[in-house]
Ligand binder design. Structure first.
Ligand SMILES: NC(=O)c1ccc[n+]([C@@H]2O[C@H](COP(=O)([O-])OP(=O)(O)OC[C@H]3O[C@@H](n4cnc5c(N)ncnc54)[C@H](OP(=O)(O)O)[C@@H]3O)[C@@H](O)[C@H]2O)c1
Length: 309
């Protein structure tokens, strides 16, 4: 373990990726100060972060508010830029972060949490605007003042926890309109592991101007998902065919944006089928399979609370 005197600023720290990142970074950089950004330091997840290690400090910041506590940026040298999923505000979020860091911080390395296929808008584009929103974010944060790396994860396996239009653990069916396509879901905890390794790197220049595509080690079909969920929930769970219209209705009924259908249309078109070697090449071990994700999530599927620990 080398001595690491950096000051880290981690956005999204109370979320599914960020909580793993904080845990791993606290181990990899025990001498560094880790500022975990949250809008609400009193939340359950924020309190959980606080007790990980003495060098983790909660800082209250909401980039989208007009009144900002810029003091939390002072001295910051390394940043994990994970934007909340707010399609209408995503570009503004990146713009503000870029300006603030250039003005108030002393950043030498920034890792942007992006998405697979992030790019500028082109004519023959995917059904979803998410890659172009993140693509613009990458451009805004890739400035000459610091080294820049982009992590581009594919669709998270955690959709089976967070998206109740797909699956509720008390039910014996799941709904995923991906047809015959394979999907190389990533367990979001694996993204946090990569992020911690990069951010603690003694030589971030090695990763400068690189974009790493993060996927699971293998694409899974509806039948593979059936096996994994049935095993984790200790009951038979079967895929139920569903039209896009009916799925949009389920999204709506579960309080989710109908626009999310575009993500699953992309999946059906095969945009998330191919596994990428980047995770293995960076970490030296493979990312979790979907089956392993389901096993790790069994306590939740069997009736426990969603937990970030
Ligand atoms: N889901 C996928 O399949 C997928 C795939 C690829 C990329 N992505 C990208 O991954 C990112 C999300 O990552 P994640 O799932 O790890 O994060 P997450 O669990 O959704 O957590 C994001 C954190 O952002 C903070 N936040 C700040 N302002 C917010 C606001 N206005 N509304 C909601 N949360 C806000 C929240 O912390 P506090 O409440 O503590 O402030 C929250 O814990 C997005 O940029 C998304 O585009 C997602």
């Amino acid at each position: 373990m080398f001595k690491n005197n950096e000051i880290y600023l981690i956005f999204g720290s109370t979320g599914v990726t960020g909580s793993t990142l904080i845990k791993q970074l606290a181990q990899r950089a025990p001498h560094a100060e880790i500022r975990a950004v949250t809008r609400n330091p009193a939340s359950r997840n924020a309190k959980w972060l606080q007790q990980i290690a003495p060098n983790v400090r909660l800082v209250q910041l909401d980039l989208l508010k007009s009144q900002l506590n810029v003091e939390v940026l002072h001295g910051v040298t390394r940043v994990y830029a994970l934007p909340p999923f707010l399609p209408k505000l995503m570009v503004e979020w990146h713009q503000r972060l870029s300006e603030l860091l250039q003005t108030y911080a002393n950043v030498n390395y920034l890792v942007k949490h992006s998405v697979i296929g992030a790019r500028e808008l082109v004519n023959e584009d995917t059904p979803s605007s998410i890659p172009t929103m993140h693509g613009t974010g990458e451009q805004l944060l890739d400035v000459s003042q610091w080294h820049f790396t982009s992590l581009r994860p594919t669709i998270f396996a955690q959709h089976f926890i967070s998206n109740k239009a797909i699956f509720k653990p008390t039910e014996s069916e799941f709904f995923l309109p991906i047809g015959e396509a394979k999907v190389a879901f990533i367990d979001a905890r694996n993204i946090g592991e990569v992020a911690a390794k990069l951010l603690a790197s003694p030589n971030p220049k090695r990763h400068a101007d690189k974009a790493y595509t993060l996927t699971g080690p293998v694409g899974v079909t509806l039948d593979d998902i059936r096996v994994a969920l049935s095993n984790a929930t200790r009951q038979e769970v079967n895929p139920k065919p569903i039209s896009d219209e009916a799925f949009v209705q389920r999204l709506h009924d579960n309080g989710l944006s109908p626009a999310l259908i575009a993500v699953y249309q992309e999946a059906r078109e095969g945009w998330f089928s191919e596994p990428s070697p980047d995770f293995y090449n960076l970490m030296g071990y493979r990312a979790n399979t979907f089956f392993e994700f389901a096993q790790l999530s069994a306590p939740y599927f069997l009736g426990g609370n969603v937990s970030i620990d």
